[in-house]
Design a protein around this ligand. Structure first.
Ligand SMILES: [Zn+2]
Length: 56
């Protein structure tokens, strides 16, 4: 890794890792704000029984 910040560990569907900065370098989960928001969307969709692709 060449970045001097803590990088988001999110892996895209195509296997590329996100290059954004993680929200909290000391947290258990290293994820950027964008992917944290995306994760919340997925959780909400799963909780309501909706497929993520059915709502856009
Ligand atoms: Zn990310």
């Amino acid at each position: 890794m060449s970045a001097n910040y803590t990088q988001c560990r999110y892996l895209r569907r195509n296997g590329e890792q996100c290059t954004a900065e993680a929200l909290d370098p000391s947290a258990d989960i290293l994820i950027c704000s964008k992917h944290a928001a995306r994760t919340m969307q997925l959780i909400r969709a799963a909780a309501t029984g909706q497929k993520q692709s059915s709502r856009r």
